[in-house]
Design a protein around this ligand. Structure first.
Ligand code: FES
Length: 104
């Protein structure tokens, strides 16, 4: 699969976090000061929906038990080896695109 349109830039202003689904897979996509990042959307702790959490600076905070993952690296703040995968995203015109085959 190649890049797929997942949202418009107007849907994801700086400081916003959203959940996106492509097929059966879920992603957490956020905008940190104009930079778009995408993480696998399922929390490795107990499968909470990361995209329904909150964004605090660069940290995606899981809505279920508060685990935090840096959207720039996918790493948990307390346990850096606990990671969620990151995915390639790009902006074209007013569209945000994600490539589910390009884990970073
Ligand atoms: S499921 Fe995410 S912190 Fe528990």
């Amino acid at each position: 699969m190649a890049f797929v349109k997942i949202a418009s830039t107007a849907d994801l202003p700086p400081g916003a976090l959203m959940q996106v689904e492509i097929g059966e897979s879920t992603y957490a996509v956020c905008n940190v000061n104009g930079e778009i990042h995408a993480l696998w959307g399922t929390c490795p702790h107990a499968e909470g929906p990361l995209g329904e959490g909150t964004l605090q600076g660069t940290m995606v905070v899981c809505p279920w038990h508060g685990y935090e993952f840096d959207c720039r690296t996918g790493a948990n703040d307390m346990e850096p080896d606990l990671k969620v995968a990151r995915y390639a995203v790009k902006v074209e015109g007013g569209d945000i695109l994600l490539d589910p085959d390009q884990a970073l």
